[in-house]
Structures are given as C-alpha cells and as structure tokens.
Design a protein around this ligand. Structure first.
Ligand code: KG4
Ligand code: ZN
Length: 414
C-alpha cells in the first residue's frame, strides 16, 4: 500500500511517502520519499513555538515539500500545462479559506502534476496546536478533492509509539514485528509525558501522565533560564554530558528534587522541578557563595568561568532528576503489569542519558522484557510515523470517517 503522510502538529512541516507491505511475520516499510522543514530557527526568538507563525510556515512549506517527496519517490509526473476550472478553483478556495497562501501555491503548482499512484493519504489530526493541525488537514482535503485519494486521520502520539517499534534494515527500509504483549510505552515529548499500556495490538490505555508540564517542556524552559537556545533539550543534554565526563560519580553541587518519585500512581510532575531550578539560580545570583558548596571567587573573569560550570552542573542535575523519575515510574509499571515489551518514544527519547539509563536498567533488571528505543531520526516529529499510524488504522472504522468529520483535535488522547 502506498501512503502519503502529512504532519503539521507543531513546528515541523513533514511529508513522507511510504510503501508498506505485509508478510507472514512482519510489516515492511519502505520510505520512498521523506521531506521535512523544521521551523526551529523561526521560533527560536520566541523561546517556544508561536502558533500563528507555525500555521503560516506550514502553509508556505507544504506544496514545496510535497513536490520534493514525490520527486524522491519517483512519483512526480508532470502534466501538460493545465489550469483549474473556475468550479474547481472555487471549491479549493472554500476548502482553504483559512489558508490563502496555501491556496495560491496549490493553484500555481498542482495543475501541472499528474495524480500520483498513491492509495491513501494520512494526516495528523491531533494532539498538537490546532491552527497548525488545520493546515495539514485542509491540505489533505484539497489533495483528496484534486486526486480522489481517500484521507484518514492519525494520532500523533500513536505515531511516536509505533515509530519506536521500527527496526532499520538499510537506507530507508524498516521492519516492524508485532510485539509481545503486554506492551508499555513511555512517550516523552515537548507536549506529552505518558505511560501507555497495550494489552493487545492497537488497544491502548493511558496509565500515567504529567499533571503539569511535559518533560520536554521542562527541558526547554530550564534551558531558557540558563540562556541556552531553543529547543533546549539537546542543549541541556550537551552541557550535562560535558559535566558528567568531568565529575562522574560526584554529588551534585546544586541538588534538585525528584518530583512524585514515591507517589503510588504512574503520574509525573515537572513544573516543580523547573521552579526548583529557578530558585537555585536566584540563590546563586544573590549570593554565589551560599548556593551549593565550594568557593566562588568574585573576580568577573573567574565568575564567568564558574557560571559555565554552574550551568553544566545544573543541566546535569536536572537531567538526572528527570531521568530518575521517568525510569523509576517505568520500572514500577513494568513490574506491576508484567510487561513483555517496553518502548521509548517522542522527541525527548533522543536524549543520550535517558537512552543509556533505560538500556542499563532493562539489561540489569528486566532481561526478559524486550526494549525498543527508536533511532535518533525517528524520535522527533516526522511524517513516517504518521503514515505508519494511518496504515494500521486503514482497515478499521476510522478509514470510513467522512472527510468533513476530520477535524483538528488539540487534546486528542489515547
Ligand atoms: O516529539 P517532538 O519532536 O515534538 C513534540 O511532539 O513535542 O519533541 C520535541 C521535544 C522538545 O521539547 C525538545 O527539547 C526535546 O523534544 N528534545 C530533547 C532532546 N532532543 C529533543 N530533550 C532532551 N534531550 C534531547 N537530546
Ligand atoms: Zn511529537
């Protein structure tokens, strides 16, 4: 089955074209085309994603990346110069009444493209930023109108979950074997921190989630406090790794709490941890010598050096704290539900320290449980995962959802 997948839930505009085949033992996924434009540079100045800007950028990016993905797949065939009829133009104008820029680009570029041989279009309908989600959804609807290809919605978080089960074979080829159940997935991203239990394929139960900030959000906010660029996750990780190399096994100069570590449930909380970092920084700036231990000379040049060291130390302690809570709750859930497969997914699962800590714990404590951690490129937002989520829904009720009922659902949950 050839799938065209569209992802616009946050700050990445992504389109992938997949060829998915089923064998007796596994699902084979070939990525024929994969195009992505990250808006990181645009949102950097705001320290986070600015929804109206994200919407505008998706509107600008979708048509060019569609062409790139089609070209990569060998599916871009040009039609003799053609223009849309007035009736078609009017219909498109109505469909894209909130995305005038996208409407213009479609009218300029798509009349000259032949309907590609694609069986299904999959588009993210949530969770995410609604204005951003709508751009992808309306684009999918416009393609359905022009090409007659059916459209189904996909849950972004289910995409992260399924992507974590993909095994790379060679360039752009993956396989997915149905895992052993029960399966538990820890999904950690900029908007979510969730423990999802699946007792069988495609049936999910949310057993724990954050009560306030998502762990990625905490990484980004702490990075901002430390004057590090957006997105903060990779920056915190870089500083923390540096510090760990120099001070392995040492007690932290600036200890931080482990929120909800001992609570009996599987929920998380990261807002308090973020605030604890803020208080620590305030304390240090008021009186450098009073916070943590060790001498803090006050000569500006020396202080500058120590500031870098303080930053690394706090980044490391923050990362340790977040990892400890994520791991401890996951371990407890693995024991309680006698988990046979565990997977880690979402942007924060790119984090080296988190990956290492889970690998070590599962090797030491749960050698019988199969651990899946996605390759770095599949951790952050992409359209491959969306195509996959749509594929496994394509024979279900969702495939018969009428087009007009596909809507952006910012808080879509499992
Ligand atoms: O899944 P994702 O790409 O987008 C959402 O659906 O939110 O996740 C983005 C999040 C950001 O908060 C980013 O800071 C975080 O993932 N992230 C990391 C790392 N790489 C990305 N957090 C910690 N360490 C990393 N190496
Ligand atoms: Zn995501």
């Amino acid at each position: 089955m050839k799938i065209l997948a569209i992802e616009t839930s946050c700050d990445e505009t992504a389109i992938a074209i997949l060829d998915i085949k089923e064998t007796k033992t596994e699902t084979k996924v070939s990525v024929l085309g994969n195009a992505l434009i990250s808006q990181i540079k645009i949102h950097e100045q705001y320290g986070g994603v600015y929804p109206a800007l994200a919407k505008r950028e998706h509107s600008k990016n979708l048509v060019p990346i569609l062409k790139t993905a089609l070209k990569e797949s060998g599916l871009l065939k040009n039609e003799k110069t053609k223009t849309f009829s007035t009736k078609d133009t009017n219909k498109l104008k109505t469909l894209l009444s909130h995305e005038p820029e996208l409407f213009e680009l479609i009218c300029e570029e798509l009349p000259n493209i032949k309907t590609p041989k694609i069986d299904l279009i999959v588009v993210t309908n949530g969770p995410g930023l609604e204005p951003a989600l709508w751009v992808g959804i309306n684009f999918a609807k416009a393609l359905n109108f022009l090409w007659g290809i059916p459209v189904i919605p996909a849950n972004h978080m289910e995409g992260h979950l399924l992507a974590s089960l993909l095994k790379g074979v060679k360039n752009g080829n993956f396989t997915l074997k149905k895992p052993l159940f029960p399966m538990l997935s820890l999904l950690i991203s900029g908007g979510h921190t969730e423990l999802v239990l699946a007792k069988k394929w495609g049936v999910y139960k949310l057993i724990g989630q954050t009560r306030d900030d998502a762990v990625g959000e905490a990484f980004d906010k702490v990075a901002r406090m430390l004057s590090l660029p957006y997105p903060g996750g990779p920056e915190i990780s870089r500083l923390a790794e540096k510090y760990r190399e120099k001070h392995l096994g040492e007690k932290s100069l600036y200890p931080l709490p482990r929120p909800m570590l001992h609570s009996k449930d599987f929920d998380f909380s990261f807002a308090g941890l973020k605030t604890a970092v803020l208080y620590t920084l305030k304390k240090i700036s008021l009186n450098p010598a009073s916070a943590g231990s060790g001498e803090h000379p006050s000569k500006p040049d020396v202080l500058a050096k120590i500031t870098a060291n303080i930053k690394e130390s706090i980044a490391c302690e923050f990362e340790d704290s977040a990892t400890e809570v994520l791991l401890s709750k996951s371990e407890r859930a693995v024991k309680k539900y006698k988990i046979k497969t565990f997977s880690l997914g979402g942007g924060v699962s790119a984090n080296k320290h988190i990956r290492r800590s889970f690998e070590k714990s599962f090797a030491d404590n749960f050698p019988e449980t199969k651990l899946f951690i996605p390759s770095q490129t599949l951790t952050t937002d992409n359209a491959i995962m969306i195509g996959l989520a749509g594929y496994f829904k394509s024979d279900k009720k969702v495939a018969r959802t009428s087009l007009s009922r596909i809507r952006a659902m910012g808080n879509l949950s499992f």
